[in-house]
Design a protein around this ligand. Structure first.
Ligand SMILES: C[S@@+](CC[C@H](N)C(=O)[O-])C[C@H]1O[C@@H](n2cnc3c(N)ncnc32)[C@H](O)[C@@H]1O
Ligand code: SF4
Ligand code: SF4
Length: 316
């Protein structure tokens, strides 16, 4: 038996984590107390790609990164102190900081996922929860968004990982696709292409930082149809391969997050997000720690990690 890639033995071992999660949820429901449930950390200030849709480059500044010792301090003072359950390592491209990955996985065994472009060889890491690998369409469209030759490199690295690390290695590969105006027609093909090599697939929608962003896939009949098609496909692919719950997908048809750049229903407090300097990002994991930064447009938000919580009744 597995729930979200977690076996029964592991779930039993993690009982204290679930107690914390439950008490936080109860404190929220009973007293409206806000304490973060999850975490995200941009462990690096470098990326080997410059993707067309990427929020990270919009606010990136040339400055230092933290050492492993400094990350230990962030872990203790932010993530451990707040008893966050799962932490997602992001960037930039996080696989370029294997030293920091090693630290996080050691501190949070089976509770770290890494979001990666997969263009560098994927290492088997003992006690990693899983890799989220970003695939943004079929080959031609993915390469248009992420750069020539990236799809082929990522595909090779995934296949090498799955073929060289034992019969259960495919379980470590979860695909994430950010749907936008360029790639929305490729959703079904992406599922078909990756089903045999991955454990799960998750969808989210492009979140713009400016009005009239050509990559934003506007609310309306076309977007609604894409969402309805994904909902239909959930039944066709077994083992909960498509990870988004239906209630979350329904939210993706409209504004669920806020007004302008202000989050309203979005539970920004639920995910403690730090940048490459360990500073807390606002309003959310795609925001910035710096006041004068560009801001995401909440009323056009398509992010998966917050909308899924809204579906559970956890709001701003
Ligand atoms: C910023 S990247 C960092 C990790 C890694 N470099 C990668 O590409 O997977 C994290 C995720 O955010 C997604 N992303 C980038 N810009 C986005 C945007 N404007 N709206 C929604 N998701 C976005 C990427 O496709 C990727 O899956
Ligand atoms: S690889 Fe990731 S961080 Fe780098 S530009 Fe692309 S989406 Fe952004
Ligand atoms: S996740 Fe929340 S705060 Fe961030 S852009 Fe979306 S609605 Fe706004």
């Amino acid at each position: 038996m597995e729930i979200m890639g977690r076996g029964l033995r592991q779930i039993i071992q993690e009982t204290p984590c679930y107690v914390h999660l439950f008490s936080k949820f109860a404190a929220y429901k009973l007293f409206n107390k806000h304490s973060p449930l999850y975490g995200s950390a941009d462990i690096i200030n470098v990326c080997n790609l410059h993707c067309e849709h990427c929020y990270w480059w919009l606010n990136r500044k040339e400055n230092d990164e933290l050492t492993v010792e400094q990350w230990q301090k962030v872990i203790d003072e932010k993530f451990k102190k707040n008893h966050v359950f799962i932490i997602t390592l992001v960037g930039g491209e996080p696989t370029l900081r294997p030293d920091v990955i090693e630290l996080f996985v050691k501190q949070f065994p089976k509770r770290i996922s890494i979001v990666t472009n997969g263009t560098l060889p994927l290492k088997r890491i003992k006690n990693l929860y899983f890799y989220w690998i970003s695939i943004d369409g079929t080959q031609k469209i993915h390469d248009k968004i992420r750069g020539e030759g990236t799809w082929e490199r990522t595909r090779k690295n995934i296949l090498d990982y799955v073929n060289n690390n034992g019969e259960k290695a495919w379980k470590d590969i979860w695909i994430t696709m950010t749907i936008n105006s360029l790639n929305y027609k490729t959703v079904k093909d992406v599922i078909d292409e990756w089903y045999d090599y991955s454990n799960k697939i998750g969808f989210q929608f492009h979140t713009p930082f400016m009005k009239n962003d050509p990559l934003w896939f506007p609310f309306g009949p076309e977007r609604t149809k894409v969402v309805d098609d994904i909902i239909d496909m959930k039944d066709k692919y077994d083992d909960d391969y498509i990870i988004n719950p239906t209630y979350q997908l329904e939210l993706m048809k409209r504004n669920w997050g806020g007004k302008g750049t202000i989050p309203i229903d979005c539970p920004t407090w639920a995910i403690l997000s730090v940048d490459h300097m360990g500073r807390e990002k606002r309003p959310c994991c795609i925001g910035s720690a710096e006041k004068e930064s560009m801001k995401p447009i909440c009323e056009e938000c398509g992010l998966g990690c917050y909308s899924v919580l809204v579906g559970y009744g956890i709001k701003g």
